[in-house]
Write a protein that binds this ligand. Structure first.
Ligand code: SAM
Length: 208
């Protein structure tokens, strides 16, 4: 099976992004040399579905990039929903803020600039839903920091858990950190989880 073709076919048969989200993707591609950090339609729509199905209201995202997944999640949240998203790169911030301001759902989003390990503790309260998609090397630290603040029944989605297959036989620091987190989740009796082979690997964790 040709996995690139399968991925394209799956994306084509997944609900399309809103016009504004499509505009954000186009603007990101125009302004930046590389946009492969965008999580893409399958992951974006998975987040949308999980937020709607779970009725989540308070969301934390670690890793905004240009705002694709944040905007997808804000569009899925109810009117009184809140989304906190963490980023440290000014160039990405400018694009994200432009589109958050353009969106009718943008008022739900608070963008926190700075290293996420420092900014997450400044947010009060607990979370119904978390999307972890920033620096892979700190994945285990983010998990330890966030899981106590995830409500019972709350969901954490973690992207890139396969790291292009390198997590299976990790050699570099990033692959090792991802594999460490994958093992940690598997051993964690406080949660149940499923690792999906969607795109670069996505784990859905539910706190019992
Ligand atoms: C994979 S991208 C996020 C993609 C985004 N979730 C989306 O779907 O479009 C990861 C982002 O995390 C940011 N990042 C990396 N390390 C960070 C840190 N320590 N604190 C805050 N942001 C960080 C990067 O600048 C990058 O924009």
């Amino acid at each position: 099976m040709d996995f690139d073709k399968v991925g394209t076919y799956a994306a084509e048969h997944t609900t399309a992004d809103s016009e504004l989200v499509k505009e954000l993707i186009a603007a990101s591609k125009e302004d930046l040399e590389h946009t492969d950090m965008l999580s893409g339609r399958q992951v974006g729509q998975l987040l949308t579905m999980l937020i709607k199905i779970s009725g989540a209201k308070r969301v934390l995202e670690v890793g905004t990039f240009t705002g694709y997944s944040a905007l997808k999640m804000a569009e899925a949240l109810p009117k009184d929903g809140q989304l906190f998203t963490c980023e440290y790169n000014k160039r990405y911030e400018d694009i994200a803020r432009t589109f958050f301001e353009k969106s009718d759902e943008g008022s739900k989003i608070s963008l926190l600039m700075g290293k996420a390990l420092k900014t997450i503790p400044t947010i009060n309260g607990s979370f119904d839903f978390v999307f972890l998609d920033a620096d892979k090397i700190n994945y285990p630290k983010y998990y330890d920091m966030i899981i106590p603040r995830l409500k019972e029944g709350g969901v954490m989605v973690i992207d890139n858990v396969l790291w292009d297959g390198e997590a299976l036989q990790p050699e570099g620091e990033k692959a090792e950190a991802i594999d460490q987190l994958n093992k940690q989740i598997t051993a964690d009796e406080l949660v149940e989880q499923v690792m999906l082979t969607v795109r670069d690997g996505v784990t859905i964790v539910r706190k019992k």
